[in-house]
Design a protein around this ligand. Structure first.
Ligand code: FMN
Length: 238
């Protein structure tokens, strides 16, 4: 199976490594490796500060430099073809840790340019964004109250489209506090499979020149060698 030339930045925003959110992230890390490389940004463990600081404010006003910790996050995203955000749903939205990461990192001048003359110019065309919100409530409740729709509009249209990135998969893990470990694990597995299926579909749709699978290249090389050797061999035949 050819590999996709992907480099995934897996962003996890949860304080507890034993949480379902972290379990889903670990499974994603293992599964997504088949399509390329995966780098994990565990925001809590790394001590990322989600608070919008006076330096962020000065930078926003064009009066100061981009803070160093923000530049580091932008560099990780610059290296990535895909970002996968995994977080628990708090009040039908992202938790503060994930939201602050988005607020501070996806800024004017890097994620988009904006001025009164030219208007909005999105800049993240190279990036595909996937989102895995982990929610205690069930799918029916999200449907009835349009919470899923609201989150999709906010993230997919408000963030991904705004920055010119591509929409990847946004797949919810519902019933995250179900007493049955089996059900929780099944919900997590389904989300991991859905994200993985998105990568598989991209491989299937990608033209050959975008596939840089080592096995694919090795196969072509061996075919060429075979042809050349065959030719040489025929030349040495009496
Ligand atoms: C402050 C807070 C707010 C929450 N708000 C919601 C919510 O709006 N909708 C929801 O479905 N679950 C909500 N939950 C439940 C969490 O989503 C749930 O605890 C989490 O998904 C469990 O997974 P975990 O093991 O990864 O923490 C909330 C939990 C907390 C602590």
């Amino acid at each position: 199976m050819p590999e996709l030339h992907s480099h995934v930045l897996l962003v996890v925003a949860h304080p507890d490594p034993s949480s379902l959110t972290h379990h889903v992230a670990q499974d994603l890390q293992a599964v997504l490796k088949q399509w390329g490389t995966v780098e994990t940004a565990d925001l809590q463990r790394e001590g990322f500060d989600p608070r919008w600081s006076p330096e962020d404010r000065l930078c926003y006003q064009g009066l100061g430099e981009v803070p160093a910790d923000v530049v580091a996050e932008q560099h990780r995203l610059d290296r990535a073809t895909d970002v996968v955000l995994v977080f628990p749903v708090y009040w039908w939205s992202m938790p503060a840790l994930a939201k602050g990461w988005v607020d501070r990192v996806f800024i004017n001048g890097w994620a988009f340019d904006y001025d009164l003359i030219d208007g909005l110019r999105p800049k993240l065309q190279q990036l595909t964004v996937h989102v895995v919100p982990v929610a205690a409530s069930d799918a029916g409740l999200y449907e009835r109250h349009e919470y899923e729709k609201a989150m999709r509009i906010q993230v997919e249209h408000g963030l991904v489209d705004f920055c010119g990135a591509a929409r990847g998969a946004m797949t919810f893990v519902y019933d995250s506090e179900d007493p049955s470990e089996e059900i929780r694990a099944a919900r997590g597995r389904a989300a991991v499979e859905e994200i993985s299926a998105h990568f598989a579909a991209r491989v299937a749709a990608a033209p050959c020149d975008r596939l840089v699978g080592k096995r694919f290249v090795a196969h072509i090389r061996s075919e060429l060698q075979h042809l050349c050797l065959g030719k040489d061999a025929s030349l040495t035949q009496p």
